[in-house]
Ligand binder design. Structure first.
Ligand SMILES: Cc1cc2nc3c(=O)[nH]c(=O)nc-3n(C[C@H](O)[C@H](O)[C@H](O)COP(=O)(O)OP(=O)(O)OC[C@H]3O[C@@H](n4cnc5c(N)ncnc54)[C@H](O)[C@@H]3O)c2cc1C
Length: 501
């Protein structure tokens, strides 16, 4: 049994399989360690345009046909009481899938290209100082010659273990932090022949909106079977005090009348399952020879089905970073590139979804108007394009402004709004913290980079504040983005979290 590889990949889901495929394309030897025998159940059945691209790139189109996965041409979002709706088409062909079967064919593809697969649970990461040198795993089912845990030597590790977030649990990556959507629960099952729209529209994803953070999905998985799930805050779930089965029945009847009309009378053909508290981020998520991808790194909110696409994008980027790091013997630049690439993608999705939940009606109008093209691109998870980034800039401005308006106290609000209005366009500012103390208002700017532009603008801004609020009332300071943040702040405008505390 081989005990030495260029890279070990923890988890054989879409993240692990795609990472392994690309590691092989870079000519590296790869071992995938997967805990659960495939095929195994996963939720997450609606794929976006970017995943369609990966399916084509990996040569899996024929397999998708063999499985009779419905072709998906778009997403229909139905508003409260089904009184209005909008439709977002997918720019390039993609599919709805049964994840157990889909994940298995992607994993098989990685194996066909030479990635080795063993079933077992990763229990430790071996290190030499900061550098990863291997992993330890517990083989499942007699594999490993009954010798208990097995050590594997490797030069790099990808954590694609999904919600298990193995590298975070083992203390190599940062701790898991709950995100803004962290206290949600999804309850779901599958139904035989609920009412679908006629023709191609009947194969599309339908999202049923109810009220903030309350919604449901309807995703066709085959000509007969449709996946249906309801999502709500854990508090709503607890208030109901019912079993998951009863909550799903209640959700189907009450989230939206059009969902009730479609599902009423259809036979439930799967167990009811649920998953909760699935929104979090791990930070740091990459380091000297190790990379977290997909759900092992971060997951936001499933509403628009971005998960598998973001995961595959990160997997491909992490494979490229490993190839580069091993080639040069230095991971610093590949890690920095991977982190910034992933942050742009994940933050785009995070802010976009925040915007939808804050302004759902306006979002609907924009999706049919001026922003339509960019929204279609973002639904396809083309987060890095200039066009999408410029739409996000507008959305972020609205989110920031709204948050400044919520600041307690007139003076604080005035200073906060002014700081935001002036600095939201600067890429180099990572965060602005606003704090009120006995000595006055303190503004702390955390800077990614201290460019001449920012320095000049800060000096001008300080002069303005002196003139308008009196010299001793507003103090400003600047810090490197990596510096510890002001825990006492009344408001935090953070590019990554957009949160007011
Ligand atoms: C309610 C809900 C609905 C969703 N709907 C969609 C959707 O419609 N479309 C979409 O694209 N995404 C959706 N998602 C997101 C999607 O499910 C995930 O983003 C995707 O599965 C992430 O893939 P992954 O490879 O990172 O992790 P996973 O698919 O979870 O794979 C991780 C693998 O690692 C293995 N593993 C875990 N621990 C260990 C260990 N210690 N050692 C070895 N192996 C280990 C696991 O067995 C597993 O096979 C949804 C998510 C939720 C919560």
């Amino acid at each position: 049994m081989n005990r030495r590889y260029d890279a070990v990949v923890i988890g054989g889901g879409p993240g692990g399989a795609v990472a392994s495929y690309f590691l092989r394309q870079h000519g590296l030897s790869v071992l995938i360690l997967e805990r659960t025998p495939f095929p195994r159940y996963r939720i997450g059945e609606s794929l976006t345009g970017v995943t369609g691209d990966f399916v084509r790139e990996l040569g899996l189109v024929e397999k998708m046909g063999e499985h009779r996965f419905p072709p998906k041409s778009g997403v229909k979002v139905l508003g409260r009481e089904a009184k209005n709706e909008f439709f977002i088409p997918v720019p390039r062909p993609t599919w709805q899938v049964l994840r157990s079967a889909f994940d298995a064919i992607v994993l098989e593809r990685a194996q066909e290209t030479g990635a080795e697969l063993r079933y077992g649970t990763v229990t430790a990461v071996l290190r030499d100082g900061e550098r990863v040198t291997g992993v330890r795993y517990r083989p499942s089912g007699g594999e490993g010659g009954g010798e208990g845990e097995v050590d594997i030597e490797c030069r790099a590790v990808i954590d694609a273990s999904g919600h298990s977030a193995v590298l975070s649990k083992l203390g190599l990556a940062g701790r898991r932090r709950v995100d803004a959507f962290g206290r949600q629960i999804a309850v779901f099952s599958q139904y035989h022949r609920p009412i679908r729209d006629p023709g191609a529209m009947g194969d599309n994803t339908f999202i049923f909106y109810s009220r903030q953070y309350h919604w449901a999905w309807f995703i066709p998985l085959s000509p007969d079977v449709v996946s249906v799930g309801v999502v709500m805050p854990v508090t709503t779930y607890k208030e109901r005090g019912d079993s998951p089965e009863a909550v799903l029945r209640w959700g189907v009847e009450n989230v939206n009348p059009d969902l009730a009309r479609r599902v009423r009378g259809a036979r439930q053909v799967e167990d009811v399952r649920f998953i909760r508290n699935y929104s979090y981020r791990v930070e740091p998520f990459a380091g000297n020879g190790w990379f977290c991808v997909g759900d092992a790194h971060r997951f936001t909110d499933p509403i628009f089905s971005f998960g598998v696409s973001l995961t595959m994008l990160e997997a491909k980027a992490a494979a490229a970073a490993i190839a580069e790091g091993l080639r040069t013997g230095d991971f610093r630049e590949p890690v920095a590139n991977y982190v910034s690439y992933s942050d742009v993608g994940q933050n785009a999705i995070y802010d976009f979804i925040r915007y939808f939940w804050k302004y759902p009606a306006f979002f609907g109008i924009q999706s049919q108007g001026r922003m339509r093209k960019s929204i279609i691109s973002l639904f396809a998870v083309e987060c890095h394009s200039e066009e999408v980034q410029s739409m996000l800039k507008e959305m972020r401005r609205s989110l920031y402004t709204m948050q400044a308006e919520q600041l307690p106290g007139e003076r604080l609000r005035a200073v906060g709004e002014r700081a935001l209005a002036r600095f939201t366009d600067f890429q180099g500012i990572d965060a602005i913290y606003v704090a009120e103390r006995d000595t006055g208002i303190h503004l702390s700017f955390y800077l990614d980079e201290s460019t001449d532009d920012i320095r000049e603008s800060l000096t001008d801004f300080e002069r303005e504040l002196d003139a308008d609020f009196g010299k001793d009332r507003v103090a400003t300071s600047t810090w490197p983005a990596s510096h510890a943040r002001d825990a006492q702040a009344s408001a935090i405008f953070d590019r990554r979290t957009l949160r007011v505390s």
